[in-house]
Design a protein around this ligand. Structure first.
Ligand code: ADP
Ligand code: MG
Length: 399
């Protein structure tokens, strides 16, 4: 992979930097987790430190290809300025007059942020010509391109792929770090345990399939556990269930058996009578979930069993909370898994947390990033990487 060092002397050069600044906002537009902005800072500092003129491009939310003020990057540019400790110029469009004016005003070591890429139809267009035309306009702003938005490298979008075909290009430090860690998961020290949770099995079919070939142990919690329990013939009451995936999951259980992969399912469940923090809830056996209740967390026995498997592993990848952790009564399973990863890290294991909600969960539960080997900034991207897929935004950095 080409890196910033391959770009030569950057003093005075205009560097178009694709970052991932897609942060969650509350209803009043305040940033609720600035993790991605923080993660983008080291590469920006590296570039400004070399005297480059840095033009940051990024998207926020899912506007529909035209300007939409609620998705403006302006507050994010403000936050970035605070974190960098220097002014950040802001362009009110992406490739229009404002962008050209702001770029023309940059001096060596200056930073600008351009308005949301997705205010332009070309960014996510499926039409090569439309995407290409937008990429031409982006490329005309700069001398070189640096790809540092790991969270978008699995997307074949104008600012990720097409622009890299139009300028000298390289991976930024964040993309380098992410790929470095994830590649170690493809040749793991054993035992290798994978913890999967979250809401839906169907989001994670590809990765389960591939990890059945790689992992020694698969620990399944969260909402997806109920489709596995149903595949074993258990009643799951009102819990999340994807009935159309039961046959697929039966296939996974059979394949795991053949390959000697240990699939560990919860043996007890925190069951509630409503999806609410004030609902009545109790711990029940996994094979005795009452018909009128829903499982919202793994139970304490399961948490202990999962923790023991994690602590004896040399490599652990975790994606997906063990329960509806956003509500305190259902956060214990997720917390127990996080604690086990922390212990495994301290004992020398490689531990990686992937997934937006999982990363938010560990921070919300009071853990620190440095208690794990790595917390990935890219949920979908890290899963697709572990699925063994070719990520278009990485492929384009190879030559
Ligand atoms: P990630 O973003 O880490 O990949 P997902 O998006 O797959 O994770 O899933 C996260 C969501 O899954 C959380 O919002 C959590 O509340 C929900 N969840 C986990 N367990 C359950 C459950 N038993 N019932 C309902 N929702 C659940
Ligand atoms: Mg999620």
């Amino acid at each position: 992979m080409r890196t910033i060092a391959d770009l030569g002397d950057l003093r005075g050069k205009k560097v178009l930097l694709r970052s991932d600044l897609n942060v969650p906002l509350d209803k009043s537009g305040n940033i609720t987790d600035d993790g991605r902005v923080r993660a983008s800072v080291p590469t920006i500092k590296k570039l400004t430190g070399q005297g480059a003129r840095v033009i940051v491009i990024a998207h926020l939310g899912r506007p529909k290809g035209e300007p939409d003020p609620q998705y403006s990057l302006r507050p994010v540019a403000q936050r970035l300025s605070e974190l960098l400790g220097q002014p950040v110029a802001f362009a009110t469009d992406t490739v229009g007059d404002s962008a050209h004016e702001v770029v023309a005003g940059l001096k060596d070591g200056d930073v600008a942020v351009l308005e949301n890429l997705r205010f332009n139809k070309g960014e996510t267009s499926k039409d090569d010509a439309e995407r290409g035309a937008f990429a031409d306009e982006l490329a005309s702003l700069a001398d070189v391109f640096v790809s540092d938005g790991f969270g978008v490298v699995h997307r074949a979008q104008a600012s990720v792929v097409d622009v890299a075909e139009r300028l000298p290009q390289a991976a930024g430090g964040l993309v380098e770090t992410e790929v470095g860690v994830l590649s170690r998961l493809t040749r793991p020290r054993r035992p290798y345990a994978v913890v999967l949770g979250g809401a839906k099995v169907s989001d994670k079919l590809g990765v389960i399939e591939n990890l059945l070939k790689e992992a020694d142990t698969l620990l399944i919690g969260g909402g997806m556990a109920f489709t596995f329990l149903a595949a074993q013939g258990y009643e799951v009451g009102k819990s999340l269930l994807e009935a159309d995936q039961i046959d697929t999951v039966k296939g996974y259980l059979a394949e795991a058996e053949n390959r000697g992969v240990d699939i560990v399912l919860p043996t007890d469940i925190v069951a509630a009578d409503a999806f609410s923090a004030d609902a009545n809830h109790e711990v029940v056996a996994a094979d005795a979930i009452p018909a009128d209740q829903m499982g919202l967390d793994i139970g304490p026995d399961s948490a202990e069993a999962f923790g023991a498997k994690i602590r004896e592993s040399k490599t652990v990848f975790w994606n997906g909370p063990m329960g509806a952790f956003e509500m305190a009564p259902y956060a214990a399973g997720t917390k127990a898994v996080a604690e086990a990863l922390v212990d495994a890290t301290a004992a020398g294991a490689l531990t990686v947390v992937g997934g937006g909600d999982s990363a938010a969960a560990v921070r919300q539960l009071g853990f620190h990033d440095d208690q794990f080997t790595h917390i990935s900034t890219g949920g979908g991207a890290s899963l697709e990487y572990l699925e063994g897929k070719t990520l278009p935004g990485l492929a384009v950095l190879e030559d």
